[in-house]
Ligand binder design. Sequence first.
Ligand SMILES: *Cc1c(COP(=O)(O)O)cnc(C)c1O
Ligand SMILES: [Zn+2]
Length: 443
Amino acid sequence: MTEFKAWFQCINGCSGRHPLNEIIYRCPQCNELLEVQHDMDLLKQRSPEEWKELFSQRIGGHEWPYGSSVWGKKEWVCPSLDNKNIVSTFEGGTNLFWAERLGHQLGLDDLWVKQCGMAHTGSFKDLGMTVLVSMVKQMISEGKNIKAVACASTGDTSAALASYCAVAGIPAIVFLPRNKVSLTQLIQPITHGVLTLSLDTDFDGCMKLVKEVCANNDIYLANSMNSLRIEGQKTISFELVEQFNWEVPDVVIVPGGNLGNVSAIGRGFQMLQELGLIDKLPRLVCAQAEMADPLYRSYKSGFKDFKPIQAQKTLASAIQIGDPVSVKKAIKTLQVFDGVVEEATEDELANAVGRANHTGLLCCPHTGVALAVLEKLAKRGEIRKNDRVVVISTANGLKFTDFLYNYHTDKLKGINSEFAYSPIDLPADYEKIRETILNTIDN
Ligand SMILES: *Cc1c(COP(=O)(O)O)cnc(C)c1O
Ligand SMILES: [Zn+2]
C-alpha cells in the first residue's frame, strides 16, 4: 500500500511543515494555529470510486481499527499511526434521524438530524479525541516524555479525554469551570479516575490556565487548538454524504462555541470535493447562543473584525465561550461555504428543544440552539421547503436531564416553557386513573 502522508502547517500559509508526532500547537513563525495537511496527490492516486468502495467495505466491520467510522477513513485522517497504537471505542457511525414531524411543523420536507450524541461519551468530541489520544500513545511508544494529557472543557471534551485516556492507561487532567457543567459531565471524568480540577472561573479562564500548564511540553494539550482533533471531527461530513449515498445536503447547521467543529465539518466537505467524491458544497450555518455570540457579532460586521467578549451564562453551557480558539479557521470556512451565522435566545433554544422532543427526539440545549436558528431561517425563507437540511446534534440529551427537568417543571427563570409537561400524582385507584386518562386524552 502507498505510504500516505500528512503534516502540520500554519493556517496563514507559512512555509514550515511539522510532523504529526511533534509536540507543537502554533506556528513558530507567526504564532497562528496549525492545521493538518495531507499529500493530496498521493490520495488522488485512487479514484473516487475506489475510495467509496473501500470506505463502504470497512464500515461496521471487525478488522481493527477500520470498523470505526473515523478509522475506516484512516488514510484521510491520520495515515502515519501504527494500528497497534490506535485508541478507539468504535466511534462514529451515528444515525441520521429523519425529523419528518418536526420538519412539517417548520414547513420543511427534508429535515434530518445527525445524532452525533449517540456516542461512547455522549457527544461528537469522541471523533477528535480518538485521533489525539492515539497520537499520544504513539509518541509515548516512541519514547517522548509525556506525563499526562490535559484539557480545559465545558464538559464534553473532558468526558471524551477522560474515557479515551482510561482506555489507553494514560494519565489525564481536566480543567472544568465550577458549577458550569451538568452533573453527568462532572461525573464522567470522575468515574474514569481522572484528575478533575473544578475551578472558580469560566471556560475561557480554564483555557488560559491549561495552556500555561502545558507550556513545558511534558503535559500534552488536548484542546481543539490541537488540530489532530479537527482531523477526526471532519469525518462527520464523510459520514453524512455516505449516508445520503454520496449526495451533498443543501444546508448543514451546527452549534458553535470554540468553533473547531464548524471548521472541521468544512474541511471534511472540501476534502471530499478535492478528491472528487462530491461535486458541490453545502451551505454552512453556525448557530450561537445570544449569551455567547462573538462570531455572530463579527458576522454582522461582514467579518471585518473580531472581538472576544465576556460570555454570559447560557443553558447551552457547552458553548458558553467568549474567546473562541478556532475563530480564524471558522471565518475562513464560512467564507468558502456561503456561510450564515445566526443566534438564539434562551427562550428560543429551550422551546426548540421542547418542540423537537415532542416529536420523539431527545435534544440537548446546544442542539436546541441549532434548531432555533433553523426555525428562524425557515421563517425568513433563507431555507426553503424542499432543501435537504441536516442539523448536527452535538450531544446526547441524557447528559442534560437537569435542564430538561427544569424546563418541564417550568423552573427556568425567564423562560416560558411552551411544551412543559409534568407527571400527575395520583393514588393507586382505578376510578381516579380512568377519569384522569379520559379527561386528558379528550382535550
Ligand atoms: C464542544 C461542543 C459544541 C461546540 O463545538 P466547538 O467546536 O467548540 O464549536 C457544541 N455542542 C456540544 C454539545 C459540545 O460539546
Ligand atoms: Zn505562520
